[in-house]
Design a protein around this ligand. Sequence first.
Ligand SMILES: C[S@@+](CC[C@H](N)C(=O)[O-])C[C@H]1O[C@@H](n2cnc3c(N)ncnc32)[C@H](O)[C@@H]1O
Length: 209
Amino acid sequence: MRRIRPHHVFALVPAGQERVTLDLPKQFVGEPLMLEKALLLALLRISRARRIFEFGTYLGSTTAMLSLNAPEAEVCTLDLPAGATGSSAVEEDKKLSLSRAPLRKLDGRIQRLLCDSNEFEPTGLGEFDFIWIDGGHDERTVTSDTENAYRMRRPSPASVIAWHDYGNSKYPELTRYLEGISAARPLMFVEETLMVVDCQVLSEHVARP
Ligand SMILES: C[S@@+](CC[C@H](N)C(=O)[O-])C[C@H]1O[C@@H](n2cnc3c(N)ncnc32)[C@H](O)[C@@H]1O
């Protein structure tokens, strides 16, 4: 797996598009760290995303952040139906947060899909410029989400697929899976984070002497 530094990503943000809206964190676990959120927003700018897809809505804070920072974009986010996570703590967090979430303020631009992503069939949904994979972390689910993401991705040098939790000791299957496909895909691990990114313009930028 190729390793890059956060500055490699920030360097590609188009001039004049550095200003973003970023809520300070709540105490919930399972959400990306602030550096990761800033990197997601940089990648959003780089991809000039008009269509965004997220595997794993959880509390919806990343969903809302992406939507607020790409007001023209359509956002689609997928999670298990209520009661299906197998964790009562997660269910409580979700009830609490989604009932008040910034998501609610975001009108018809956010489409929520409620299903097990292993059963998800993306045919007919169209192409996406920016895909965030942060749903189930077991091998079966990350394989299914990744294969679907490659089918859904717009074939453009700036389009982005990004994964969360690479290197997280809680999810060794996910790390092994991404290591395995990195022989065939131009994946980059962003140091100081748990993020892996596939984006052609970023790979080319990093490869430049
Ligand atoms: C780490 S959280 C997502 C965090 C969120 N993307 C964020 O940035 O704040 C993982 C989410 O994936 C969902 N999930 C787990 N397995 C899933 C599956 N098989 N299908 C759909 N969603 C799944 C969980 O319910 C949970 O809400």
